[in-house]
Design a protein around this ligand. Sequence first.
Ligand SMILES: CC(C)(COP(=O)(O)OP(=O)(O)OC[C@H]1O[C@@H](n2cnc3c(N)ncnc32)[C@H](O)[C@@H]1OP(=O)(O)O)[C@@H](O)C(=O)NCCC(=O)NCCS
Length: 149
Amino acid sequence: MPFSTLVPGGFAISDDPLLLDLGVIHRFLSQETYWAKGRSRKMVERSIAHSLSLGAYASDGEQVGFAQVIGDRTTFAQLSNVFVLPAWRGRKLAEGLVAAALEHPELTTVTHWILRTKDAHGLYQKFGFSLTEPDVIDMELHRNLPPAT
Ligand SMILES: CC(C)(COP(=O)(O)OP(=O)(O)OC[C@H]1O[C@@H](n2cnc3c(N)ncnc32)[C@H](O)[C@@H]1OP(=O)(O)O)[C@@H](O)C(=O)NCCC(=O)NCCS
């Protein structure tokens, strides 16, 4: 049974994969973001197939926002690929997406949430996210992809 919630302004947020507009998601991620520029449609689809995705929808069903949760659905989750299409910004839709992720019934036992952002710290701080202490516990690995992935 898909999870869905209504947010002010007549928008709905749902985790139903059948509602996702992969064209909108791929276009935005591959063309408009600083973190996924050039990502192939195949990679976007594969990533969505292996994670929990939330879409934000206008009353006519148009997809206007997106957020993805990657993790084991038990202890750890990474919030990623959060966006709201430009025409729909400033209506608390991103806040609705983050709230829906944190409150999602499949994720109630997740205690460790991470995310990366260049400039949207204020959005996530509203939900208790804070900057991690650098160089103390967190480690990361950045690998270059082989050509034609
Ligand atoms: C960031 C983004 C998702 C915000 O979407 P939105 O629906 O307009 O945001 P909301 O209306 O829910 O409100 C966001 C709140 O976070 C705050 N905020 C902090 N940093 C922000 C940022 N970089 N952009 C927009 N809002 C930001 C806003 O001030 C607002 O709080 P306020 O109403 O108290 O002023 C949207 O601007 C977007 O898609 N940007 C391009 C993609 C991106 O950068 N995504 C985030 C990657 S980590």
